[in-house]
Ligand binder design. Structure first.
Ligand code: FAD
Length: 313
């Protein structure tokens, strides 16, 4: 049997997220094919290391990427696959359970490790429960947390490209408009350093100042939900249970208390620095380095350091 990976369909090329999902799929030890709905990304997909075939869905399906359409496409293909894997993002989280139900197979969400071909480790209740789950069905659908798996190389492969026959797209709903979230600087998902601000930032201006500092450090800007809800940062910057999950090399949290829902999206980071004026803030329980103090004093000191470094000949 084979494994089918559903490519991240929000972007025009093969994203880092998809490379990580392929990394997870290869751990299953069987041939891996990649399903793309964007024909323009097929050539890039074919060069990805470890892929045997790139299956390109017809333009008809690409024009109507409703979860029902993706599920219908998966259902047509699924005969030769014992595993169907995708990233744990909104569109695949909607498509995979539909396809699983239609083929009477198990769906396992938010997988962070693969033990063997039918056994998966997944998170529940904002990561407060880590469960080992065994699939009892012949075929399994799984959404995986990309930050838990290493990416495969984007180059070095030579997969065959296979054009799929058109399927009937789902027409009961219609995609009217697709608008990309505004993003400046580094992509949160792939940044090696993330600088995040919470309610302690106290204003949008202060968050913008933190964003400039993040930019000068080559880092991406993240935020807590309280900061997003207060309008200090855009939705796309939210990290946590209902936002993005990140696992950068370095995560620096300014004025974030460390609620369990926030920790769910960042505690896999390799090195965590927290700045908070409250010595009892829960963020310190996951921090490698904790600094108790006023965040604005610390931000000012780093800015001065960066400025001095920039002026050095
Ligand atoms: C179902 C559900 C889902 C949720 N999903 C998410 C999610 O995805 N992401 C998320 O982040 N939250 C999420 N939350 C909200 C979460 O519970 C917290 O309310 C939120 O994370 C708090 O954000 P915060 O730490 O910025 O704010 P607060 O908890 O208000 O903390 C602010 C911190 O800033 C510190 N501070 C203030 N001023 C300064 C200063 N000058 N210098 C230094 N420190 C200072 C304070 O000591 C405090 O610790 C969710 C909640 C629910 C119920």
């Amino acid at each position: 049997m084979r494994t089918l990976v559903l490519a991240d369909t929000d972007v025009g090329s093969i994203s880092d997220v998809t490379l990580r999902v392929i990394g997870a799929a290869l751990q299953l030890g069987q041939p891996v094919d990649l399903l793309v709905f964007d024909a323009s990304s097929a050539a890039a997909a074919a060069r990805v290391n470890g892929i045997e075939r790139v299956l390109v869905a017809s333009a008809g399906a690409a024009n109507a990427l409703a979860p029902e359409t993706i599920a219908a496409q998966l259902l047509v293909l699924v005969g030769e696959y014992s595993m169907v894997v995708a990233t744990h993002r909104a569109s695949s989280r909607a498509a995979l359970p539909r396809a699983a139900a239609l083929s009477e197979a198990a769906f396992i969400a938010d997988v962070i490790a693969i033990r063997e071909r039918t056994q998966f480790v997944r998170c529940l209740y904002a990561d407060s429960v880590i469960a080992t789950v065994t699939s009892a069905t012949a075929r399994t659908y799984a959404s995986v947390r990309p930050s838990s798996f290493a990416p495969v190389a984007a180059e070095g492969g030579a997969a065959n490209i296979v054009a799929l026959a058109p399927i009937l797209p789902f027409t009961a709903t219609r995609l009217v408009e697709r608008r990309a979230a505004e993003q400046s600087g580094q992509d949160l998902g792939s940044a090696r350093v993330v600088v995040a601000g919470g309610r302690g930032l106290a204003s949008q201006e202060n968050m913008e100042r933190l964003g400039r500092l993040a930019g000068s450090l080559g880092a991406a800007l993240g935020a807590s939900r309280a900061a997003v809800d207060a309008g200090y940062a855009p939705n796309a910057a939210q990290i946590g249970q209902t936002g993005r999950s990140v696992a950068p090399d370095v995560y620096v949290a300014f004025g974030i208390s460390g609620a369990i829902q926030h920790l769910a999206g960042m505690k896999e980071s390799k090195f965590i620095v927290a700045v908070n004026k409250d010595p009892d803030a829960p963020i310190f329980s996951v921090a490698d380095v904790g600094l108790v103090g006023d965040l604005f004093a610390v931000v000012g000191a780093i800015e001065a350091h960066v400025q001095a470094a920039e002026q050095r000949p």
